[in-house]
Design a binder for this molecule. Structure first.
Ligand SMILES: Nc1ncnc2c1ncn2[C@@H]1O[C@H](COP(=O)(O)OP(=O)(O)OP(=O)(O)O)[C@@H](O)[C@H]1O
Ligand SMILES: [Mg+2]
Length: 375
């Protein structure tokens, strides 16, 4: 399952339109898609609702358990939009969630945990974010491994983009959670020299961090959304159709790029199906990230800590699959120290002979990743 957040704290730059139409085309290409609406404005929800009305349940219920009521799972709120496309809807009530969760530990991982439960049901999760970097956006960033940053070619866009990429980098430094973030130019009119200059600057400054497709201004996109339809189901002869189709093809092409040559996909790791996964191994780099595993059949809880996540226990849980606990981390080239924490007991990796004395006693395991491991 690929989890992609559509994020930019700047308002009105085409996040929701991108989330809706990327989802529409991916579903059209027979991928099973869930669009998660993390914006209290509910624009992605409305843009996929032919008959809008009050929601019986929404993403708010997954986040907040009011009055000691039962837990709501993501699958309780998702609803089918069309073949291969589901939406986890939101509405204005979601705006109350950050305040209600202010004292709840682990509140930034609620979406990631909820998505874990549905990973076998979808090929893609596309998350539409609100226009700010608060708890809701942070949840989306923690849950995703890729981010699309729509950007309209205006003066303020260029200013904000550095900030956003900084947020992504800070997150990576603080939590070891790496996100491949790329800019998508939207609402392009091409008529003004200014727009052309901005695009040239984006291409120059963000080499390798932008999509090749440029989304042109197309009034049909707004029209389709107002009818509750993705453009693929609304109008096939307009720039909006051509551009989002090309964009979805670009996203799918990366899928081919990541899956081909991958010795092991994250999906396989989670499912724990292949036979060689029934044994633990020293940290193993794959195109999906580095696989960490340890055998701990009787443990109730295992965490992975290291200098890549500042040795923080919170949010660094490993997942059990039979006797083995696993996790996959995207790491940059470098030298890392780490330990497994099995039911509170800090252990060096029994399968890794590369160890170093730790300042507070015992040994840390050492992992060295060079360029070729992380490509
Ligand atoms: N390529 C496009 N051509 C024409 N209109 C567009 C295009 N993309 C978006 N729009 C329109 O521009 C407005 C803003 O788009 P959208 O709602 O997708 O932005 P957003 O970033 O999600 O906004 P917000 O930050 O408020 O959530 C909407 O009215 C939408 O219909
Ligand atoms: Mg929006």
């Amino acid at each position: 399952m690929r989890t992609i957040a559509v994020v930019n704290q700047k308002g009105g730059c085409g996040k929701s339109i991108t989330a809706i139409n990327l989802s529409g085309f991916l579903a059209h290409e027979r991928r099973r898609v869930l669009l998660v609406d993390m914006d209290p404005q509910g624009h992605a929800t409305l843009g996929l609702s032919r008959e809008p009305g009050q929601l019986p349940k929404s993403i708010y219920d997954v986040f907040v358990r009011d009055n000691g009521g039962p837990f709501t799972r993501l699958s309780d709120v998702t609803r089918s939009v069309s073949k291969n496309l589901d939406v986890a809807p939101s509405d204005i009530f979601l705006s109350a969630a950050p305040e209600k969760l202010a004292a709840v530990p682990g509140r930034e991982n609620i979406l990631a945990d909820a998505l874990d439960e549905v990973h076998s049901q979808y090929d893609y999760v596309v998350i539409d974010c609100p226009p700010n970097v608060g708890l809701l956006t942070f949840n989306a960033l923690k849950a995703c491994s890729e981010a699309i940053v729509p950007m309209d070619p205006s003066f303020f866009s260029l200013h904000g983009i550095g900030k956003l990429l900084e947020t992504v980098d800070v997150l990576a430094r603080q939590t070891g959670h790496q996100i491949a973030a790329r800019v998508l130019i939207t609402l392009y009119s091409g008529r003004t020299q200014f727009a052309k200059d901005v695009v040239a600057q984006i291409h120059e400054h963000l080499a390798g961090r932008h999509f090749d497709t440029i989304i042109r201004y197309s009034v049909k996109l707004a029209e389709a959304a107002s009818h509750g339809l993705p453009i693929v189901n609304y109008c096939r002869h307009c720039a909006g159709f051509d551009d989002y189709r090309a964009f979805a093809a670009e996203v799918l092409q990366q899928e081919a790029g990541t899956v081909a040559g991958a010795s092991l996909t994250a999906e396989e790791i989670r499912a724990g199906e292949p036979e060689d996964l029934s044994r633990p191994s020293p940290p193993t780099p794959t195109p999906e990230g580095v696989i960490f595993s340890i055998e701990a059949p009787d443990a109730g809880r295992v965490q992975l800590v290291g200098d890549f996540n500042e040795w923080a226990l919170d949010g660094n849980e490993m997942k059990p699959a039979g006797r083995i606990w696993r996790t996959v981390l995207k790491l940059r080239p470098g030298r890392y120290q780490y330990r497994y924490v099995v039911d509170g007991c800090w252990l060096s990796d029994p399968l890794n002979s590369n160890i170093e004395s730790a300042p507070y006693g015992g040994h840390n395991s050492v992992l060295v990743l060079d360029e070729q491991h992380t490509e």
